[in-house]
Design a protein around this ligand. Structure first.
Ligand code: COA
Length: 533
């Protein structure tokens, strides 16, 4: 046991070290040279700006920092941090969504991943009712990929559509322009409720000086065409004139200083520390991802007082407890748990229990935490005849329609329909967190290799050239490598299939804070539609 836990700890610490390296890489695109260039422009790196914007000494919950690595766009392998920092911080005590283009990444232009990240942060802001601050310094669309970022829904135009809709819903949209915001990018300034510009640093125009020259023959400087003075004194497109980034940050804080204080829509009891430290997760979770886990021990590390009040604990032993359900408190907030246990295969009894629990929590208006460690629903004639399809669908319906705040945390396999029933990305959990143990793919590499190999073998036999053992081994290995690569948290994080890869010791803190943010909105009445019985 000791040997296992030591092996696990060493393994996970090593994995999280790789995560740290990637997180570090995202912070400093272009290295010292890029910072020196910013200094010359009178600018600070974006995270310094954010740090000054949020309440002194408070948390910044940065989202998806590993976005954009290895995306391999034409001529661009990596877009560090997706070229855009997003996250939630407190301004005058109110949680606020913050967006900041990193001009060191191709002038802050929008690649598909940048857009996806921007849209995701706007979706969270909408869902949780957060004001938004945009620190805008972007050359607009990344022009070589215009077809992938300009014309469609969820492309460039959706940023402004979202700003308009959020503003109409009473969520303040404030833009601080710290650079060139040209063409489409200019709307981030003009669509805001209030805009702040900086003398000789911020520019905003529908066409820059070269385009104006070409189109009309007029020769004009950027400053006169769309600088801070122009927009605050002539066009009225911006509202506040500042002479430095520091002054501009202070101005944004002032703009948001009269907002109503936020309140959470939940009775909160006093926080209790867990009796079992979150550090023990490093020992608990097996290094081998397909090995079964004792999820109750995991739950003890995140629950106040390590107290887990289990629901239907004794139901259908060996089958019903592949999912564990019940209630905990995290920093005083009640949370309903749906957690994969053991190897996590979902039998129909477990699906029924999970559905019942999701519905009950929805009526009681208790937020839900899905702890995902499941390779899928049970297959085979017995399972099919007992209704695994129908009970699995009920679980998917419950996860889809539950209107309480939902968070998914992936701590193991995350395959097939179990991804649906356990509230994967498509089921719009308010937040989705991965860990270095999470593996998200339609099936495991071994299963996919088996399926594809049987098809390949049939084809080669039909051609009269059966595959040799070497060909079979090579084919299988290629599939396993491909699936292992694509299911990895780095691959998923790079493509924004989660909101952050958490280290084990960060889990409780992040869950507590993000549940609090979700509860800034009142919970609607439940409505589930038709279940099959
Ligand atoms: N698409 C693709 N690449 C762009 C780009 C765009 N819209 N805007 C800038 N870049 C690239 C530059 O080619 C340069 O690439 P490199 O580092 O490989 O040489 C990098 O981003 C930095 O640009 P640079 O012009 O050196 O930075 P700057 O700080 O001096 O100026 C801007 C920033 C935004 C003012 C300036 O780049 C610009 O005017 N860009 C064009 C904006 C535009 O017309 N956009 C319309 C799209 S809707």
């Amino acid at each position: 046991m000791l040997e296992n836990s030591e092996t696990n700890r060493t393994f996970w610490k090593n994995e999280e070290k790789k995560l740290d390296d990637l997180l570090e890489k995202a912070i400093s695109p272009g290295g010292e040279k890029a910072v020196a260039r910013l200094v010359k422009q009178g600018k600070r790196p974006v995270r310094e700006l954010i740090n000054n914007l949020i309440d002194s000494g408070s948390l910044f919950l940065e989202l998806s920092r590993i976005a954009g690595f290895g995306v391999n766009y034409p001529g661009v392998d990596d877009v560090p941090c997706g070229g855009l920092v997003t996250g939630i911080g407190k301004i005058h005590g109110n949680w606020t969504m913050i967006f900041a283009n990193d001009s060191r990444v191709k002038a802050g232009t929008y690649f598909p991943i940048t857009l996806k990240k921007h849209m995701r942060a706007q979706a969270i802001a909408t869902q949780c009712g957060l004001n938004c601050v945009y620190i805008a310094d972007s050359g607009g669309a990344f022009l070589p990929m215009q077809a992938d970022v300009f014309p469609d829904d969820q492309h460039f135009g959706s940023m402004f559509y979202n700003m308009a809709r959020m503003s109409a819903a009473g969520l303040k949209q404030v833009t601080l322009s710290t650079g060139g915001n040209t063409a489409g990018g200019a709307y981030i300034v003009f669509m805001a409720n209030e805009s702040v510009m900086i003398d000789k640093m911020s520019y905003s125009f529908l066409g820059g000086p070269p385009l104006v020259k070409m189109a009309t023959g007029e020769t004009i400087s950027a400053e006169n065409l769309g600088g801070a003075k122009t927009h605050t004194t002539i066009s009225g497109g911006a509202d506040h004139f500042c002479t430095s980034q520091d002054e501009a940050i202070e101005t944004v804080r002032n703009i948001l200083s009269n907002e109503q204080p936020q309140k959470i829509h939940m009775q909160r009891s006093a926080e209790l520390q867990p009796k079992v430290s979150s550090d023990s997760i490093y020992d608990l979770l097996p290094a081998a991802v397909n090995k079964g886990i004792d999820v109750r021990s995991f739950i003890e590390t995140i629950a106040d007082g390590s107290k887990f009040t289990e629901f239907k604990k004794n139901y259908a032993p060996g089958r019903g407890d592949n999912i564990v359900t019940g209630k905990i408190r995290i920093k005083g907030l009640p949370v309903g748990i749906i957690a994969s246990n053991g190897v996590g295969i979902i039998f129909f009894e477990a699906a029924r229990k999970a559905t019942e629990w999701i519905v009950r929590c929805s009526y009681d208006k208790i937020p839900l935490l899905f702890i995902q460690n499941s390779p899928g629903y049970m297959v085979g004639s017995e399972s099919e005849h007992m209704g695994i399809g129908k009970y699995g669908s009920n679980m998917v319906r419950a996860a889809s329609c539950a209107q309480v705040p939902k968070i998914q945390l992936v701590i193991g396999p995350d395959n097939g329909a179990a991804n649906y029933g356990m509230c994967g990305r498509a089921y719009k959990p308010n937040f989705l967190f991965n860990t270095m143990r999470g593996r998200t793919s339609v099936m495991s590499g071994r299963s996919a290799a088996g399926v594809l190999l049987s098809i390949e073998q049939r084809k080669s036999e039909a051609r009269g050239k059966p595959m040799s053992k070497e060909e079979i081994d090579l084919f299988r290995q290629k599939m396993v490598d491909k699936y292992d690569g694509e299911a990895h948290p780095f691959y998923c994080g790079a493509r924004l299939l989660n909101d952050r890869v958490l280290k084990f010791h960060e889990i409780r803190e992040w869950l507590a804070t993000t549940f609090e943010i979700c509860l800034l909105q009142p919970i609607p009445e439940p409505n589930f539609g038709n279940f099959r019985f």
